[in-house]
Design a protein around this ligand. Structure first.
Ligand code: AP5
Length: 211
């Protein structure tokens, strides 16, 4: 199964990607995580990407497209994958098709901006493996430590209020048009992402099982 998770920053894509990945044994290609991993080498390119992310802007299409194209070559992607946060512009969607990328279903996480702001301000991520938590809705077993690898939980720099506003603006201008694009292919399905993590997972699994 080849799945795209589409939706605003903080809509719950990463959380559901983790759950679906475990249930269906599919790898996650999360461009946010791929970019964050690329920053760790301290290179000039890494610094440049960090400046885009920290400002809430998209990193250039060609950089992300290259990362995804390389990741798709791995053996674990042969029978399916979950694309989390890619494509995020029409140019990326077209580049994905040109590289032979295939998709069975696009899940659009529909949620109001006001609800998301609370989710992002309480979010913490593992500095080591990138797993996601929330201070109220998804607490780790031990405060400040990742359940999966024991890494330290930190706040993402782009989860500061001013940067959240910039990310919403970019989402509505650059990414939301992809809904129309995928609706025209007949692959778009809208998920109501306002409920609990469990509610959202139930909707997602029902749709995937019907595929
Ligand atoms: P990325 O890391 O992809 O961030 P995003 O798309 O902004 O999405 P988020 O990770 O913020 O949110 P999410 O929907 O995954 O929500 P989550 O599950 O964490 O990208 C970061 C940056 O990288 C971009 O701004 C850009 O600079 C760059 N980038 C990435 N991809 C790119 C691309 N393709 N092109 C160009 N640039 C790119 O949930 C949020 C919080 O809510 C968590 O704390 C979670 O525990 C909690 N939560 C989740 N679900 C629920 C629920 N149902 N109820 C209550 N709480 C919930």
């Amino acid at each position: 199964m080849k799945i795209i998770l589409l939706g605003a920053p903080g809509a719950g894509k990463g959380t559901q990607a983790q759950i679906i990945s475990e249930k269906l044994s599919l790898p996650i290609i999360g461009t946010g995580n791929l970019i964050r991993a690329a920053l760790k080498d301290g290179s000039e390119m890494g610094q440049l990407l960090k400046s885009f992310m920290d400002a809430g802007k998209l990193v250039p299409d060609e950089v992300v497209v290259k990362m995804v194209a390389e990741r798709l070559q791995a053996n674990d992607c042969k029978s399916g994958y979950i694309l989390d946060g890619f494509p995020r512009t029409l140019a990326q969607a077209k580049a994905f098709e040109e590289m032979g990328g295939e998709i069975d279903i696009v899940l659009d996480f529909d949620i109001a901006d006001e609800v998301i702001a609370g989710r992002l301000s309480g979010r913490r991520i593992c500095a080591n493996c990138g797993a996601t938590y929330h201070m109220e809705h998804h607490k780790p077993n031990t405060e400040g430590k990742c359940d999966l690898c024991g890494g330290e939980l930190i706040r993402r720099k782009d989860d500061e209020p001013a940067t959240i506003a910039a990310r919403f603006e970019v989402y509505h201008a650059e990414t939301a048009p992809l809904k129309g694009y995928y609706a025209n292919t007949g692959k778009l399905v809208v998920i109501n992402a306002h409920g609990s993590v469990e509610d959202t997972t139930a909707q997602v699994l029902k749709l995937l099982e019907a595929k």
